[in-house]
Design a binder for this molecule. Structure first.
Ligand SMILES: [Fe+2]
Ligand SMILES: [Fe+2]
Length: 172
């Protein structure tokens, strides 16, 4: 089975996007840890691991299809944030960028009648719905609970619980 050069490039770009997301969440986790947001730290360390598994899925897929994956360098992520809310807004933006890239690949797969890649991408389409919802729900908390120190502490505690909860498999 072969994938087109265009699809190969798009998938390799996705490897880079997932690697950047993993690094970016690692930087967010580290910032949370030094700032005293233990919940945020747990949450984003776990999120960083998750993005690495996404990257690996694409790497294995490319290799399985006989199109050796290229492992990219990534740009250094931002290392400091104005607030926990600002950080989560950045995370949501990251996810929206990833969603666009996934949808673009689905368009290519449809045009090229590449059924294998189309089927492979379905998991990612569902995953992105979950990811965006997750961060949107977190951002809502600031409107619901507030933005004073106690409220942010409550939201940080909520993040501890969320980091500990196993994630639903979007394929299930
Ligand atoms: Fe991802
Ligand atoms: Fe993600």
């Amino acid at each position: 089975m072969k994938i087109s050069p265009k699809m190969k490039k798009a998938l390799n770009d996705q490897v880079a996007l997932e690697a950047s997301a993993s690094n970016s969440y690692l930087a967010m986790a580290s910032w949370c840890e030094v700032t005293g947001y233990q919940g945020g730290a747990d949450y984003f360390y776990a999120q960083s691991d998750e993005e690495r598994t996404h990257m690996l899925k694409v790497v294995h897929y490319l290799n399985d299809m006989g199109s050796a994956a290229s492992i990219p360098a990534t740009k250094a992520p931002a290392s400091s944030y104005k607030s926990l809310e600002g950080l989560i807004k950045t995370a949501l933006k990251n996810e929206q960028t990833v969603t666009k890239a996934i949808h673009n690949m689905v368009d290519i797969a449809q045009k090229e009648k590449d059924h294998s890649t189309y089927a492979f991408l379905e998991w990612f389409v569902n995953e992105q719905v979950q990811e965006e919802t997750k961060f949107e729900t977190l951002l809502q908390k600031f409107d619901l609970i507030g933005r004073d120190k106690l409220a942010i502490n409550e939201i940080d505690k909520f993040l501890v619980a969320d980091a500990a909860a196993p994630e639903a498999d979007p394929a299930a």
